[in-house]
Design a protein around this ligand. Structure first.
Ligand SMILES: Nc1ncnc2c1ncn2[C@@H]1O[C@H](COP(=O)(O)OP(=O)(O)O)[C@@H](O)[C@H]1O
Ligand SMILES: Nc1ccn([C@H]2C[C@H](O)[C@@H](COP(=O)(O)OP(=O)(O)O)O2)c(=O)n1
Length: 232
């Protein structure tokens, strides 16, 4: 795996399994700090979508990785465009999450997306959300969080979220899909889903978003000093 180039720009890594709330917390944190935000899962999801559309075998690491340099991806607020097309809804489907998890297990694919993720590191700072932000992509992050929750609670959250978005979802199916995705992401050989040894682990089961954000902010404040604004 390629080493990260040295940089003075601070990164906060927010890793964790699906539906733990890392995206919600990461976006809130980036907004409060006025920093850039990287949703690294969206890169894996977009590459999986592009591969499926190109008829590429998702198990063929070299062929999927070959699509990465030409991936024409644009983040516009909460929307994501692939070659100009708004693919936000397509990317959020569990089918795409599963495909992303499959290609993410291939070392060629992870390597092909590495420089692209690191390019998000721009002043004044970056909040990066994913599975290996603190372990592989930004090992020198100033603060690392591992946000988790029970698989039951994560499935319930994802179910509610998908219904709110007008998408069809069944709770037992989601539970099975999340558990299978957790097992694949945590069990792979390259950059598995695991808390960095120096990460602050927050189990959000039964804890609301506001309290999680408050805990994260308190920790960030202790690392970065008093210049961190309040959550409101
Ligand atoms: N601590 C929490 N308590 C209750 N719901 C939460 C919490 N954190 C996130 N959520 C909700 O759960 C859903 C999944 O959160 P999200 O941030 O997308 O997870 P992830 O990025 O880890 O997959 C969203 O609808 C979000 O509003
Ligand atoms: N840094 C990352 C980000 C995502 N992945 C893979 C593994 C995940 O199952 C898929 C989708 O990730 P994403 O963060 O979008 O998924 P959730 O929002 O947590 O459900 O991509 C990864 O291997 N490494």
């Amino acid at each position: 795996m390629t080493q990260a180039p040295p940089s003075d720009t601070p990164v906060i890594a927010v890793d964790g399994p699906s539906g733990s709330g890392k995206g919600t917390v990461g976006r809130r944190l980036a907004g409060i700090l006025g920093w850039h935000y990287l949703d690294s899962g969206a890169l894996y999801r977009a590459l999986a979508l592009a591969a499926r559309r190109a008829g590429v075998d998702l198990a063929d690491g070299a062929a999927v990785a070959a699509l990465a340099p030409g991936l024409d991806l644009a983040f516009e607020g909460d929307r994501v465009r692939l070659a100009g097309e708004d693919v936000t809804a397509a990317l959020r489907s569990e089918r795409c999450g599963e495909a992303a998890s499959r290609i993410a297990a291939l070392p060629e694919v992870r390597e092909a997306l590495l420089a692209r993720q690191r390019a998000f590191r721009r002043a004044p700072g970056l909040v990066a959300d994913g599975r290996d932000m603190g372990t592989v992509v930004f090992p020198d992050a100033v603060a690392k969080f591992f946000i988790t929750a029970s698989v039951e609670e994560r499935a319930r959250r994802r179910h509610k979220q998908l219904l709110e978005q007008g998408l069809d979802a069944k709770l037992p199916d989601l539970f099975g899909e999340l558990a299978a995705r957790d097992a694949r992401d945590a069990g792979r050989r390259h950059a598995p889903l695991v808390a960095a040894p120096d990460a602050v682990v927050i189990d959000t089961t039964g804890i609301g978003v506001e309290e999680v954000v408050a805990r994260v902010l308190a920790e960030v404040r202790s690392r970065l000093g008093g210049a961190v604004p309040d959550a409101s």
